[in-house]
Write a protein that binds this ligand. Structure first.
Ligand code: FES
Length: 508
């Protein structure tokens, strides 16, 4: 087959190309010690940790396990999460900034120790994490960040020469970080969890929680999973528990290309300090080395046509790497909290048998493992040094409150903008595999024309809180700019917090 420098027609994460067993759908009510909602890195790791300690666990996933953000990650396991340590020292103090770093490194050690213990071949390798800049504005910031690293005792180096052949003025290296194949690792953890008695249910959508002495997860079919504790590990919390999560986070998307190049990968995991973000790591595909090129983040449902983001990465790769073939493309969504620290712990003060983990700001591998450790320790009654730092009920006056106002102003803007916007795009002029927003019977409607000339029409009002969804041409989904819900072109929920599909409109 001829090699193609074109973008693959459909998004498909490379990680999913391994055999992952199917798990059954829940068909009746049950009672367990812990009910977990969400089969990503957090849910699977927690199920594994708890089941090993003879805790009875039921894990529910709305689709297939490991097919949400975890299945679309770039799988760097690092404590270098952009330029954050100086900021954390300023906002939270040295002690907490150091705890954040140590928590991430402990997560890395957990992956290493578990891979060894269970003999998992998951392409785990140590790599340095490198943040570089070619902008004068960021040179100072990198120098300041290096001082923060030194204050916190982080093994690092500031250099103006990195092995990657891109123009750069300065780079900050965090030594001995790691990368792996996340699904090779986590699919084994899922099997181990089941071996220890955990039950995993796929295609089982949790829609609500009944909170009382014995809280219960309610599924779409009306089955009740009565639990001692519930862990909401569904990325965006499917249940809010009076924690006001939609007002405390925003969603961003990022794009990934897997590229074959004549150039050998120089080693290291890279990310730019400035925007648009460009991030790189190596990967092995069919026994051959390839490059992952990642970046072009933007708020979900906002900005240019999403396929343009892939094209921007393609241009970068052509210019700096030399593209022989684009093997895969995919994208991922993640959530950022008000103060950039994840929310891990009790969902709210009022509902103390329900836990949540969310808001990993694209650094879900280490934060995901960390969340599983914190919550399983909490349930098992073990001390965990990081509990307080990540508690969702923490109150930070600065910068949280300002951002709180900004996030909600943005949501309000999209609520209003979507309603007033007048569109007169004609459905008839639509090309195949394209979509438009129009009005049908006075209602704002989204119409997608598939490659077989069939039209699919939905009411564009998001079923979460009523914002108007926008077309995502890269993934063929309708994405909500307010809290990041995503829907297939037929209206089915791809990503929450929305639980109900978009209303379908009959065009006949
Ligand atoms: Fe909240 Fe759409 S995701 S309104």
């Amino acid at each position: 087959m001829a090699q193609s420098k074109e973008l693959p027609q459909f998004p498909e994460p490379f990680w999913r190309e391994i055999d992952i067993p199917n798990y059954p759908k829940l068909v009746e009510g049950m009672k367990v010690d812990v009910g977990i909602v969400g089969g990503g890195i957090v849910g699977i790791t927690t199920a594994y940790l708890l089941a090993k300690q003879n805790v009875t666990v039921a894990l529910l996933d709305a689709g297939r396990i490991l097919n949400g953000t975890t299945g679309h990650t770039t799988a760097k396991i690092t404590a270098q999460h952009g330029l954050i340590y100086d900021e954390f020292i300023q906002h939270f103090g040295e002690e907490k900034a150091k705890l954040y770093y140590e928590a991430q490194m402990e997560a890395k050690e957990f992956v290493e120790a578990t891979a060894k213990e269970l003999d998992i071949n998951c392409d785990l390798e140590e790599q340095d994490a490198i943040i570089y800049t070619n902008s004068d504005d960021y040179v100072n910031q990198l120098e300041t960040e290096k001082k923060a690293y030194d204050t916190l005792g982080i093994d690092s180096e500031l250099t103006d020469s990195i092995p990657l052949k891109v123009q750069h003025k300065l780079a900050l290296i965090m030594k001995n970080q790691a990368q792996f194949h996340p699904l090779k690792f986590l699919s084994v953890l899922a099997k181990e969890a089941v071996k220890h008695g955990a039950q995993i249910f796929e295609n089982t959508t949790a829609v609500d929680v009944e909170y009382n002495k014995h809280p219960a997860i309610i599924t779409r079919e009306g089955h009740r999973v009565i639990c001692g504790n519930i862990f909401v590990a569904s990325h965006f919390p499917f249940y809010d528990g009076q924690g006001f999560y939609p007002a405390r986070m925003y969603a961003e998307r990022a794009y990934v290309l897997a590229i074959k190049s004549k150039k050998n990968y120089p080693g290291g995991m890279y990310i730019t300090a400035e925007e648009p973000t460009r991030s790189l790591r190596s990967i092995t595909i069919n026994g051959e080395e390839a490059w992952l090129v990642i970046g072009d983040n933007h708020k979900t449902g906002q900005g240019k046509s999403t396929i343009e983001h892939y094209k921007a990465l393609q241009d970068f790769a052509e210019a700096h790497i030399g593209v022989e073939e684009i093997l895969y493309r995919w994208s991922a969504q993640d959530l950022t909290t008000l103060d950039k620290l994840p929310y891990i712990g009790r969902i709210s003060e009022e509902e103390d048998k329900i836990f949540v983990a969310t808001g990993f700001r694209k650094w879900g591998m280490s934060n995901g493992i960390l969340a599983a450790k914190i919550i399983s320790d909490k349930i098992l009654g073990h001390e965990n040094p990081y509990t307080e730092l990540f508690s969702p009920s923490r109150f930070q006056t600065d910068p949280s409150l300002r951002k709180f106002a900004r996030i909600n102003a943005d949501v309000a803007k999209h609520l209003i903008k979507g309603k007033l916007e007048f569109t007169d795009n004609s459905i008839k002029s639509l090309s195949k595999d394209d979509a438009t927003v129009t009005r049908i019977n006075g209602k704002r409607a989204g119409v997608y024309k598939d490659p077989e000339d069939k039209y699919h029409c939905v009411d564009t009002t998001c079923t979460h809180m009523g914002c108007e969804v926008e077309w995502n041409s890269g993934e063929r989904t309708w994405d909500c700019p307010c809290h990041g819900s995503r829907f297939s072109y037929t209206g089915e929920v791809v990503e929450g917090p929305a639980k109900r599909p978009l209303e379908r409109i009959d065009l006949e």
